[in-house]
Ligand binder design. Structure first.
Ligand SMILES: Nc1ncnc2c1ncn2[C@@H]1O[C@H](COP(=O)(O)OP(=O)(O)O)[C@@H](O)[C@H]1O
Ligand SMILES: [Mg+2]
Length: 248
């Protein structure tokens, strides 16, 4: 059984305290990290992936601090960051080949692995086109494809459905649900419907703090709400913490 532990993770950007001392233990399953814009989702994910140094606290993978795992952690980890638009001049296949090399997947194993992840996200037919010509949904699928290269045990997807139309949202959601066997998947979103049917557990992030966690049923019961959307509205209201309205 794999395990990811966060111990007292805090992050300060100059005078802004973005994370306030997060304690979390995750086992295999799909976890939905739910919170409005500015709650600290990307900050937390960038710390878990080792791309950002916390101000305080530790991230442990099966009991070992991730900094001590080095390249080994890169093989365990798949990450789809929030922003897209890099590598627009690459073809989809070339991008995956580049990412596979970064992940130290052996050269002779790369072609098979790249075709496997392309099939998985239904992108085989578009893989020869340059990324700059892709739709938002195709870019997101390619980001997910690179995140699952090498069959990682820990998959972090930061707002994988941002900017997608409703049909594409459903498709990505189904893909994520199918990945869940035998690994830890952490998916962030500010859209309740993205995760309420696929997450084994929801983590509610508010102002840099996990204010509650549980299954949809547990959270509804605890907050006296009929739906997870109601729980969300009670906790967060209509606006993101940075004042922007929720995008749908
Ligand atoms: N590089 C940065 N410098 C200063 N403040 C930042 C930086 N990155 C994020 N923040 C602030 O930290 C808070 C959390 O941001 P973020 O982790 O991006 O939240 P989310 O992903 O939930 O929208 C926000 O108030 C944001 O403005
Ligand atoms: Mg974010």
């Amino acid at each position: 059984m794999t395990m990811l532990e966060l111990c007292e993770i805090s992050k300060r950007y100059k005078d802004k305290l973005a994370l306030t001392g997060i304690n979390l233990t995750l086992h295999n399953g799909v976890y939905g990290l739910l919170g409005p814009n500015g709650a600290g989702k990307s900050t937390l994910m960038n710390i878990i992936t080792g791309n950002l140094r916390p101000t305080g606290g530790r991230v442990l993978w099966n009991g070992t601090e991730i900094g001590a795992l080095g390249a080994e952690y890169r093989a365990i980890l798949g990450f789809a960051p929030q922003q897209q638009g890099m590598y627009d001049a690459f073809t989809g296949r070339r991008f995956l080949s580049y990412m596979a090399t970064l992940k130290a997947i052996r050269r002779r194993e790369q072609p098979g692995e790249i075709e496997r992840v392309l099939r998985y996200v239904n992108m085989t037919e578009n893989a020869g086109r340059i990324i700059g010509t892709y739709s938002g949904g195709m870019k997101q699928r390619l980001l997910i494809a690179q995140a699952i290269l090498g069959d990682p045990r820990l998959v972090i997807l930061d707002e994988p459905t941002a900017g997608l139309d409703p049909k594409e949202r459903v498709r990505i959601r189904e893909r994520i649900a199918q990945l869940s066997e035998g690994r830890i998947i952490l998916v962030s979103t500010h859209v309740v419907s993205d995760i309420e049917t696929i997450a084994d557990e929801i983590l509610l992030l508010k102002s840099g703090e996990i204010v509650d966690r549980g299954t949809v049923e547990e959270l509804c019961r605890r907050h006296g709400a009929a739906t997870l959307e109601d729980v969300y509205m009670r906790l967060f209201g209509e606006e993101g913490e940075d004042g922007t309205p929720h995008a749908v």
